[in-house]
Each structure stands twice: as C-alpha cells, then as structure tokens.
Design a protein around this ligand. Structure first.
Ligand code: RIB
Length: 329
C-alpha cells in the first residue's frame, strides 16, 4: 500500500505539502499540485488516517442536524454545506431530528461514537447544555438560527428582527391597515426576533392588538390552522406576515378556502425565500441568503476544527425583500 511518504518522495515535495494538497488547506503551487496529482494516480494512492490527522481530521466526516429536510429551506442549506465540505475533503452525515429531543440526543450520541470532526446544528429543541457537552468532548459545533448567551458557541443567523420590520413596512406601503402575524417556534431566537420585529413595527398603530399574533410551528399545517384562528378573531384583517414560507403557504390555503382573494382582500408575506414557485399567487418573502449561510457554516466549522481562532465569532447575514404577487396588486 503506498503511503503519503511515497507520494511526497516521488513528487519531490514534503509530506506537509502533500497533506495541504489532499486537505485543500493552505498554499500549494500549481506545478506541485499537478505533480502530486500525477503521482497519486500513478501509485493509486488512497489517503489514510495519518494524512488526515496532519490536517486535524479524525474521520473526515461532519454531522448536519436539521429539524426536517422536507422543509425546502434545509435541502438548499444542506446542499451548500455538502458542496463546501466536499471542497475540504469532508463527507456529511445528515440527521433529521423531527423536533424530538430524545431523537436529537440519540443522534448526538451516535455522531460522538462515529467520531465526527464537528457538527452543524439547526434545531428547534437543542439546549445550551447539549452543545457544551459536545464541546467538552472536543467536538466543535456551529449553531444555526439560534443564539445562546454562552460566548463559546459560534452561531450563524440573519437579520431576523429587521426582516420582521421590513415585512410590516412592505405591507403598510401596499396599503394594509390591519396586519396579523403567524409566529414560529418560540424556542429559537430567529423566530422570536422575527416576531419582535413585527411587534416593534406595529406598536403605536391604532389597530394593533396582541391577539393579531397567532402561534405556530413552521409547518404548512400550522400556518393553515393559525390563519383560520386569526380570521375567526379578526375577520377584517388585510395583511399577514408569516415567520416562514411554509406557514405563509398554509395561510394562503386558509384564505383561499374562506373566499379571501390574495392580494386584493388580504396580502401575505413569508420569510426564507425558498422559491415556492408553484404557489398561486406567487409568494412575497423576506429572503435569507441560504446558500451563503451553509457555506459559511462549513467554513466556520473548519476554522474551529483547525483551531483558527479568528473566525470563531458569531455572524449575522442581511435579508432582502422579494415582492411577488401575494402582496402586489
Ligand atoms: O423554514 C425553516 C425555518 O427554520 C427558517 O426560517 C430558518 O431560519 C429556520 O429557523
């Protein structure tokens, strides 16, 4: 079996250079890269654990935990994480937690047993102690969509509060005068911040009342039920901001079933930007840079694995208004 030393010898470069080439970590000249590639091919060399450990890798796998991959937000996120992981020479293990803490804990235990090099987590049920537990086992973690007060957990979020405000401003500009909100899970800061943005933009208006906020769970069904309840309480509402696009799709269904025309009678805006083009009317949304979020999550995790302290800070990404038919008439 050829070793990394055989490759370095035949290519006339150091073992560290071969390791940098294999792990795409650090500078390797074009000529050296070409020679190394030729030698690898010639020797039919397959990188082994020594080469990996030189780059701080244990198994060259990472775990990605998401609530439910069937929500179109998460396939796009997973795709970008996988693309970036592949660039770094890592494979991704996907775990759907289904918002079930017991299942989540079981996956965490399995990922520890499998000696993953790090974990990216988006979860509506995770608690800070679960993450610090992982860190105690020296497994780096990047948290998405949630911020824990502990300094030691790197988190990636978007401007959720500003996004909530932007949604209300847009509905007001489109002529709405009584706006309801469908809130997502209260367990994560992203969802709470969107609702805080909504409340902030509505407070001070003469029509706002807390019963214009319906509590739900980021699902189509949840959005549908919350919309029905809101219509029963406030039959004259004329705008809705749902905290994600799936709930907005559920709200559209409820409005259409109750003979409300969208956007003529009620205008609807979601959050995420997952491109639900099959909806009629097409949905306005506050879009997150999903692909960029995934890539940055992977870059940050690599930074933690390699102990490059300069990228260990939390990051917040901007959101943008995508105005479509559901608010434009
Ligand atoms: O729709 C999925 C939601 O879960 C997104 O809004 C994302 O930010 C996460 O919180």
């Amino acid at each position: 079996m050829p070793t990394i030393k055989d490759v370095s010898k035949l290519a006339g470069v150091s073992v560290a250079t071969v390791s940098r080439y294999l792990n795409k970590n650090g500078y390797v000249s074009k000529e050296a890269a070409e020679t190394i590639a030729e030698v690898i091919e010639k020797l039919n060399y397959r990188p082994n654990n020594i080469a990996r450990s030189l780059a701080g890798m244990k198994t060259a796998t990472i775990g990605l935990m998401v609530p439910d991959i069937l929500n179109p937000f998460f396939p796009e996120l997973a795709r970008s994480i996988e693309d970036a992981a592949n660039e770094y020479g890592y494979t991704v293990m996907l775990c759907n937690t289904d918002n079930d803490s017991a299942k989540e804990q079981k996956y965490i235990d399995t990922l520890i047993q499998k000696q993953v090099d790090g974990i990216i987590i988006s979860s509506y049920t995770i608690k800070p102690e679960h993450l610090t537990g992982l860190q105690k086992q020296s497994i780096p973690v990047v948290l998405m969509d949630n911020v824990f007060s502990s300094d030691s957990i790197v988190s990636l979020t978007v401007e959720n509060r500003q996004g909530g405000e932007l949604a209300v401003q847009h509905l007001l500009e489109r002529g709405c005068s009584k706006i309801a909100h469908i809130c997502g899970p209260l367990s994560i800061t992203s969802s709470r911040d969107r609702t805080a943005g909504f409340e902030h933009a509505c407070r001070g208006t003469d029509w706002f009342t807390p019963s214009l906020i319906g509590y739900s769970d980021f699902t189509v069904k949840g959005g549908y039920t919350a919309m029905m309840d809101l219509l029963a309480l406030h039959p004259n509402l004329d705008g809705v901001f749902a905290s994600n696009d799936l709930m907005a799709a559920g709200a559209l269904k409820a409005l259409q079933e109750t003979d409300h025309k969208v956007p003529q009678d009620v205008k609807v805006i979601g959050f995420d930007g997952i491109g639900l083009e099959m909806l009629n009317p097409e949905l306005s949304t506050i879009a997150q840079p999903i692909y960029k979020l995934g890539k940055t999550a992977m870059d940050s995790l690599i930074g933690l694995i390699r102990k490059e302290s300069d990228i260990m800070t939390d990051q917040v990404f901007p959101v943008t208004l995508h105005a479509k038919q559901s608010t434009m008439n």
